[in-house]
Ligand binder design. Structure first.
Ligand SMILES: [Zn+2]
Length: 234
């Protein structure tokens, strides 16, 4: 049985029997894991607030070969998520982040870029950033890192690189882009401000909201929801 330690982000917990909890957590070094925290349901327990959703905690755990669940030995809180859950709209956004992580992260696979994305998103939310922008920003990057977000900057038919102002269309199924010179009779057009917004999100840190219109945010959020649903149905 090997003892490991890794900085982690708590995703969800479920009660297990009278006294214990199952904890889904995203460890920086080992990826998404599930483990048992003995005694975590007791009133006064050694885990305190370190197992709350979105807590950033240093977790020590034992891993046994051929067992799905690890055993959580200790959890030290590095950064409390409490501030995120004091405002209702912010809490909804934080909950959305947890849902997407739980859905898109594969088990046992370190994903350092996603780990950094979560930490950046949590910090921006704590500092009172625009919630719709933060939500859209997290969706685009999460979908992209999971390989679900389509490349909006290359025509899927002629492979031409598309610039910022070029008109473009989404092929039926909304998974691929077609340029104006290729056959796009059955395709749907994309608002150029949505492309601008995606470009902004891919090039800038989360604090920069300049140039994101409400219409583009709404439209991109809807497209993201479509891709999230499509991925879940596969
Ligand atoms: Zn083309």
């Amino acid at each position: 049985m090997a003892l490991h330690q890794s900085d982690s982000i708590i995703l969800k917990t479920y009660p297990l029997g009278e006294a214990d909890r199952i904890v889904a957590f995203f460890s920086r070094d080992f990826g998404k894991l599930r483990g048992v925290a003995n005694g975590a349901r007791k009133m006064k327990n050694r885990f305190g607030a370190s197992l709350e959703p979105l807590a950033h905690s240093r977790i020590q755990f034992f891993e046994k070969e051929n067992r799905d669940l690890v055993r959580i030995q200790s959890a030290d809180l590095l950064d409390s998520p409490m501030k995120l859950f004091q405002d209702y709209d912010c809490a909804v956004c934080a909950g959305h982040v947890v849902e997407l992580l739980d859905r898109f992260l594969p088990e046992h696979e370190p994903q350092d870029a996603v780990f950094r994305l979560v930490r950046m998103t949590v910090r921006a939310l704590e500092q009172g950033c625009d919630l719709e922008f933060a939500s859209c920003y997290f969706e685009v990057w999460m979908l992209r890192l999971a390989g679900v977000f389509p490349d909006l900057f290359v025509c899927s038919v002629c492979s031409r690189l598309l610039q910022d102002g070029d008109a473009r269309f989404l092929a039926p199924g909304l998974q691929a882009v077609i340029c104006v010179d290729c056959d796009h009779r059955t395709a749907t057009s994309i608002l150029s401000e949505v492309v601008d917004l995606v470009y902004l999100i891919l090039k800038s840190p989360l604090e920069t909201k300049d140039g994101a219109t409400d219409r583009a945010l709404r439209n991109l959020h809807e497209l993201n929801q479509y891709w999230i649903r499509h991925y879940s149905e596969r």
